[in-house]
Design a protein around this ligand. Structure first.
Ligand SMILES: NC(=O)C1=CN([C@@H]2O[C@H](COP(=O)(O)OP(=O)(O)OC[C@H]3O[C@@H](n4cnc5c(N)ncnc54)[C@H](OP(=O)(O)O)[C@@H]3O)[C@@H](O)[C@H]2O)C=CC1
Ligand SMILES: O=CC(=O)O
Length: 312
């Protein structure tokens, strides 16, 4: 079996070694421009079109959870990957735990008013503030898939009212499920902390805009952990200025790296990280991909296949 690997920034040497160890007998090589030799599987992130074009592959694995960059490239180059070739993505592989850490720590940060105390510290003001109550701190998670469900699971023991919004109805313990466009408004009403973990699809681009933000509870908070294109940054700034929103924690941006001139950098109520909410953990990812390839070779059922029509 031949496997080709391409990632613009990962430690390729590590991956080739780990994949070879996990799949004894497989020939694993780094794909470089001009390599037209046959391959059975391709492992990729932001692949050049010519890496995949015209190949008869058994499957392609995205080296992350989101497949928007591959699907967007496919829109521009429909012949890059035949419809019959399955595309897989990483399901969790350690990203769930990272999202849990990120979301729980930030919800608690807002709940305990550390943002307010930080602002008071800047003014050298000693001023105990009223506690927030859990019942006024409903957390709503947009997207209730692999990562959204993990975040809900980690927040549950903290006692905040929890709700999620997805395409199809969920039955997660202690989480009120809202499904489909018809139930989006009910989901938003009363939501105090909005956490976004949707995939980037035609239906979700720009979803966090003024119309959505205005339906949240007053003094609410937004955490965008999914993709920058979900959030209309100008609308976020407007909602912060109007007082509708109290704060935002952003990991992803409409343009990455975020340009120096973006007003987000200097905004006192916007906290930021540079797209690191959950990174691909190589050991877990290798083990997941090797397991899936082994199952595919045996003709056994696998998970993680992307529905290209649905876009995630
Ligand atoms: N910032 C970072 O570091 C990282 C960001 N990400 C982002 O997180 C995203 C989510 O990952 P993951 O949880 O694994 O993805 P999943 O595919 O497992 O979950 C997606 C969820 O979104 C829901 N959804 C999709 N489209 C709609 C829609 N139109 N209306 C309502 N709900 C919808 C799905 O509903 P249903 O369940 O009904 O299908 C599902 O619950 C990734 O696509 C990626 O962009 C991922 C990793 C790291
Ligand atoms: O943003 C990262 C991903 O894995 O998707």
């Amino acid at each position: 079996m031949d496997i080709i690997f391409y990632h613009p920034t990962f430690d390729t040497h590590y991956w080739l070694k780990a994949l070879s160890a996990a799949l004894p007998g497989a020939r694993v090589r780094e794909w470089k421009r001009g390599d037209n030799q046959p391959a059975d599987y391709a492992l990729v992130w932001h692949p050049p079109v010519e890496m995949l074009q015209g190949r008869e592959l058994k499957a392609v694995f995205a080296l992350g959870a989101g497949v928007d960059s591959i699907l967007n490239k496919l829109k521009a180059h429909p012949d890059m990957l035949a419809d019959s070739i399955p595309l897989f993505r990483l399901e969790d592989t350690g990203m769930g735990e990272q999202m849990q850490e990120y979301a729980v720590s930030q919800v608690l940060h807002w709940f305990r008013r550390f943002d307010d105390y930080q602002a008071l510290k800047q003014q050298a003001r000693w001023e105990p503030l009223a506690d927030y109550q859990r019942e006024d701190f409903t957390v709503g998670i947009l997207g209730a898939g692999v990562l959204g469900s993990k975040v809900a699971e980690a927040l549950a023991p903290w006692g905040f009212p929890l709700r999620c919004w997805s395409r199809t109805r969920k039955a997660y313990p202690g989480v009120e499920s809202f499904a489909g466009t018809d139930e989006l408004s009910s989901f938003l009403q009363g939501t105090r902390v909005l956490i976004n973990l949707l995939p980037n699809t035609g239906e979700t681009v720009g979803i966090i805009n003024s119309t959505l933000l205005n339906q949240l509870a007053d003094n609410s908070y937004v955490m965008n952990l999914a993709r920058g294109v979900h959030l209309v940054e100008a609308d976020l700034l407007k909602a912060l200025e109007s007082g509708k929103l109290k704060g935002a924690m952003l990991d992803v941006y409409s343009k990455e790296p975020l340009p120096a001139e973006s007003p987000l950098w200097a905004h006192p109520r916007v906290a930021m990280t540079p797209h690191v909410a959950a990174v691909t953990r190589p050991a877990e990812a290798v083990s997941y991909i090797a397991h899936t390839i082994t199952q595919l070779e045996k003709g056994e059922p696998v998970t993680g296949r992307v529905d290209r029509q649905r876009g995630y």
